[in-house]
Design a protein around this ligand. Structure first.
Ligand code: ATP
Ligand code: MG
Length: 656
């Protein structure tokens, strides 16, 4: 019998430490005009095929489907026989009626330059871009890599690909030439769309230069289309390779603004996207058209409570799935006005986001816990200088949000008037899976609440038994689920479907409380094991962040002779706080007091920064390498490799 079974009868895969009792009802004002007001939506969705079919009917189909679902684990097909075009659903269908001249995209560059596009103009831009791609020989089924800054052309390029049935593979503009080349080669892309450069924190990122170095190693690339950030060359010097490289503004004037849409099968690939690489080598996740569009359309409308006059801002980069589903496909399919911002949140100062919210009257705002913790660290003076009363709903995604960060977001940014929507989902799930519904759910700080209507989520142990704290699992198919890993069916099966037959393994640990609320406890790979207790990272980190001095924390288990593992904690303090030995001792006591002596960190290391992926997620596996004195693992998806090296040196010093 294992330690686990002796204590809990084998029913519990994870121990639960933290209790969070604060509860926030939907603001009555908000609830009374929410898109979804009645909790009966959950029961109505019990026949989930019928539920999703009702949403699918709200899209424009070229040919109707015959069957809603075919599920042969681990492969699902949705809306079989149906034909549609994702670009048509995001653009063309808004041209009739009152949305024709409505703003589709409001864009602000980091230096403060602005551009905007109505749906009518978006249609012209996208059609022109599609014709340019066609003129370079791109056809249905050909892959196109997109490596652009956050400029409107990034959205145009994605939609243009969708229009002509060419799956896109967007690579975040901050990735290195090697990472770009790996992704291009894996997808065997024929054309690369890049830019001369873009702004980041006051400097210019020379994208074309990176692209050149990547393409040297990419035999499948025939053409490179280069978008000039300013509409004309001059931002940075670029070398154009004759015959291969083309300025977009040279090709565009000859391209027509009329371009027929391809009738795509519901199960045709819309795009390939590589995961963030927090736990290891990125996976090329494949999303198809009908089911994906259905789920992102529905979740955008319901979760963000989207209204015709909203100004909707999701701060993600289009290089991540959040940018795909909730900057481009979901909001545009709903005919929303989408704000896009090119640059950093702290340029020219730490109030930039709030200045943007103020000036554009942003009403729905969606960001990541990493950003919220940075705002907390910078202090409330920055948001307090701006009028944020246009905001009516706040969302978060990407990592568990620590309750203190949630409360700060609620009070300081939301003025205690905006529901907070903590959305759990993954590149693989394509769309939101666990979330409050803003007009219905009483929210709890740190909980993503419950599965979206039509979605089922359960917690299982290794044996596949239901537990109250264990592995997050999805027992039935959902429309926007990944269909496979690009050209790696074996990895698809092994990664997600080998733990239990026909049940999706998400790789995260979670608990469910007495009221049925779900709490994501962290990644399964990161679980701590102290004296036989299996503890998620989230609870210990939240106890640390609960202390006034702490802005952000990451914990890992390091080998310990007696306990199996001891907890090493890496902590960044708020601006103006001195990281002293005394504070370290205080934090150890604070954690022991908040959640129990078992979780008391053995080490507290004050860090200027934590190692994060380029999408802002903490990479605990590297911290573990540091704490255990191992060689540092794969850092190719790391935002700033110097952070790890500094921490390693610091850790060794603290140890001696
Ligand atoms: P890789 O799979 O390559 O390691 P990744 O998991 O970081 O990378 P993403 O698909 O971008 O790639 O991230 C999904 C993960 O982010 C989830 O599995 C979960 O760990 C975390 N996550 C996202 N949203 C939330 C949330 N609201 N609460 C808790 N965790 C979240
Ligand atoms: Mg993952």
């Amino acid at each position: 019998m294992s330690e686990q079974e002796k204590r809990g009868g084998g029913r519990t895969a994870l121990d639960v430490l933290l209790h969070e009792d604060r509860i926030f009802d939907p603001p009555p004002e908000f609830a009374s005009r929410a898109n979804v007001r009645d909790a009966s939506v959950y029961e109505e969705a019990e026949d989930y095929e019928a539920f999703w079919a009702r949403w699918a009917e709200q899209l424009d189909w070229i040919q109707p489907w015959t069957d809603v679902l075919d599920w042969k684990p681990p492969h699902a097909q949705w809306f079989i026989g149906g034909k549609l075009n994702a670009c048509f659903n995001c653009v063309d269908r808004h041209l009739e009626g009152s949305r024709r001249h409505k703003a589709a995209i409001l864009w602000e560059g980091e230096p403060g330059d602005r551009r905007s596009f109505t749906y009518f103009e978006l249609h012209e831009e996208v059609s022109r871009f599609a014709n340019v791609l066609k003129s370079l020989g791109v056809g249905r089924g050909d892959r196109v890599a997109i490596y652009l800054p956050m400029i409107p052309e990034a959205a145009f390029a994605m939609l243009a690909c969708a229009r002509i049935g060419a799956p896109h593979s967007v690579v975040f503009g901050g990735f290195s030439p090697d990472s770009l080349a790996d992704r291009i080669n894996d997808a065997e892309a024929k054309v690369l769309i890049t830019g001369d450069g873009g702004y980041r924190r006051g400097g210019v990122v020379a994208l074309k230069d990176n692209a050149d170095r990547a393409v040297e190693r990419c035999p499948t690339i025939d053409h490179v289309v280069v978008v000039a950030r300013d509409g004309e060359p001059g931002l940075v010097e670029v070398t154009m390779k004759e015959g291969r490289d083309h300025w977009y503004h040279d090709l565009a004037p000859d391209a027509s603004t009329e371009c027929e849409v391809e009738a795509m099968d519901a199960e045709d690939t819309l795009y390939i996207l590589y995961t963030s690489g927090t736990t290891g080598k990125p996976k090329g996740v494949v999303h198809t058209t009908g089911g994906y569009m259905t789920q992102v359309y529905a979740t955008t409308q319901v979760v963000f409570d989207l209204k015709e006059d909203d100004v909707y801002w999701c701060t993600a980069d289009v290089g991540w799935v959040t940018g795909h589903s909730y900057i481009v496909y979901g909001p545009l399919a709903n005919g929303a006005t989408v704000l896009m911002y090119e640059g950093a949140p702290d340029f020219p100062d730490q109030g930039r986001f709030w200045k943007i919210c103020d000036e554009y009257g942003v009403s729905v705002f969606y960001t990541a816990p990493t950003a919220i913790r940075a705002f907390m660290r910078w202090g409330r003076d920055w948001p307090d200088r701006h009028d944020l009363t246009s905001l009516r709903l706040l969302g978060t995604v990407g990592e568990p949000i620590n309750p203190e960060a949630w409360i700060w977001y609620h009070e300081v940014i939301g003025g205690e008037r905006c529901p907070i929507i903590d959305t759990w989902w993954q590149t693989e799930t394509g769309g939101i899976m666990i979330t409050p519904l803003p007009g219905i759910t009483a929210t709890r700080p740190g909980s993503a609440c419950r599965a979206f209507p039509g979605i089922e989520v359960t917690l299982l142990d290794d044996a596949g038994e239901e537990v109250s704290a264990g592995y997050l699992a999805i027992p039935r198919p959902w429309p926007s689920m990944l269909r496979t890993i690009w050209r790696d069916e074996d990895r698809y099966r092994k990664t997600y479907w080998s733990k239990w037959p026909g049940v999706y393994f998400a790789g995260d640990g979670a608990k469910v409380d007495e009221d049925g609320y779900l709490w994501v406890l962290g990644r399964v790979d990161d679980v701590l094991n102290v004296a036989g207790h299996r503890i998620g990272t989230m609870e210990v980190e939240s106890a640390l962040v609960d202390h006034d001095a702490v802005a952000e924390a990451a914990v890992v288990g390091r080998h310990d002779e007696i306990k199996g593992q001891a907890i090493a904690s890496f902590v960044t303090v708020k601006d103006g706080v001195a990281p002293t030995k005394e504070l370290g001792a205080e934090l150890q006591a604070h954690v022991a007091d908040r959640i129990g002596p078992i979780a008391r960190p053995a080490d507290v290391i004050f860090a200027a920064d934590l190692p994060k992926t380029r999408s802002g997620k903490i990479m605990r596996r590297l911290l573990k390498d540091i704490a255990e004195g191992h060689a540092i693992g794969d850092t190719t998806t790391l935002a700033d490799p110097a952070v790890v090296e500094r921490l390693r040196m610091q850790y060794e010093e603290d140890e001696s």
